[in-house]
Design a protein around this ligand. Structure first.
Ligand code: F6R
Length: 241
């Protein structure tokens, strides 16, 4: 595990962008695993600006996102498809057909999740998986539970996740209760993992993730077993380590 300590959010975003940019430059047809949420906004802005400056080419890149809310149409501003289009895809030269998320509009979540795993396998797996960290230790939407779940699956979101994500919705009642998420198998099989964490509120959970016992009660703790984990976190997030 490599931990890169940054001064603040902006510094975290730039350093994480450096790592992603290096991946795109070194392997122009990389498979990138992407995440949403506020942690990633600065990083995606950085990537867009480096693309505009002519430093990056995404024309052969393919992306697979970690998760999507169940029941939200891609045109819904709260859907993760919409988030990705708004914050990254529309600002870079990635062909839209190279960008994949689980479909939140499926009638059959088992079939959709199975197909998502087959898709990831057929792409040859993920070269670099980007992750944020939930306040309850989730990665993707792998919530705390009795066991690590290997396959993509449909999950009932934890009350704390619904509360945390309510800030993106008009009302907490509008936050979907279920989401489809990539499982731990595809995440752990990624050739490298880049975990980005910022802010004091995540200091305690980041300590548990990186230094505590490996347990499905703290889903991110499984990353301690990843052979190529890079953590880019600001001083506040690392303040308890
Ligand atoms: C989002 C995702 C989640 C977030 C996590 C942190 O695609 O998979 O695990 O990374 O909930 O969210 P923020 O960055 O909003 O604190």
């Amino acid at each position: 595990m490599k931990i890169i300590r940054t001064l603040n959010y902006q510094d975290m975003s730039r350093k994480a962008a450096d790592i992603l940019a290096a991946q795109v430059i070194q392997k122009e047809d990389s498979i990138l695993g992407l995440a949403t949420g506020s942690t990633m906004l600065g990083l995606y802005k950085e990537l867009a600006s480096r693309y505009r400056e002519g430093d990056l080419d995404f024309s052969e890149i393919k992306t697979v996102n970690l998760d999507e809310y169940l029941g939200l149409h891609p045109s819904n501003p709260q859907s993760y498809r919409h988030y990705m289009d708004e914050n990254l895809f529309s600002h870079i030269n990635i062909p839209v057909e190279n960008t994949y998320l689980p479909s939140g509009m499926t009638d059959d979540t088992d079939e959709e999740c199975g197909a998502y795993d087959v898709l990831i396998e057929s792409l040859g797996g993920i070269d670099l998986q980007l992750l944020g960290l939930g306040l309850d230790g989730h990665i993707g939407f792998n919530e705390p539970g009795e066991a690590f779940i290997k396959e993509s699956h449909c999950i009932l979101l934890d009350a704390s996740t619904i509360k945390a994500n309510a800030r993106f919705f008009e009302d907490e009642d509008e936050v979907p209760r279920h989401a489809l998420t990539m499982g731990m198998g595809a995440i752990m099989k990624a050739k490298s993992v880049l975990l980005c964490v910022n802010g004091k509120a995540k200091a305690s959970i980041l300590k548990q993730v990186l230094c505590g016992p490996i347990t499905p009660r703290v889903p991110g703790s499984i990353l301690q077993l990843h052979p190529n984990l890079i953590v880019v976190a600001d001083e506040e997030a690392l303040s308890e380590i």
